[in-house]
Design a protein around this ligand. Sequence first.
Ligand SMILES: [Zn+2]
Ligand SMILES: [Zn+2]
Length: 160
Amino acid sequence: MPKAKKKYLDVSVAPELLIELKQKQNDTPGGTMEKYGRFKNWLRYANLKGWQEQKWHWGYVNYAGREWHCTCGLVIPMGAKAEVGGLAQLDLDAAHRARGHRSLPDFGEVVVAFIYDYKWMEERGVYYYDAFCQVCGDYVLERPGRQADMFADIHNISCG
Ligand SMILES: [Zn+2]
Ligand SMILES: [Zn+2]
């Protein structure tokens, strides 16, 4: 079966952009809607960059109700047939069920195993990660970053 051609967007966030957006926010008089708007704009890109550095894939943009955009730039048409079925016990979104994700944070090779969720562990003061493999269906829940990365690396070698 020929693989469907995947569409990608450039969703990389240059450090200079964050500095520029922060500067714009600082240059705007306090207590105004404009300042709040500029803060929100900075936050949007700062969040995106943070998620990419955590290697977290998810459909963070609903574009005009027509498509989802993943943090790696993969575009998933709304209502597209899921390419990864099953795994009902995991809380997967439409992006997670599409193939063709690119590795984060470098937007490199296509990956089949990746982090799909994370959780702040209050008592430990760290994030724990959930990762799964689109090919064999194996997954890990609430693992330290290094363990979740190792899980993904192993599956991307053996299942990718
Ligand atoms: Zn992705
Ligand atoms: Zn696998």
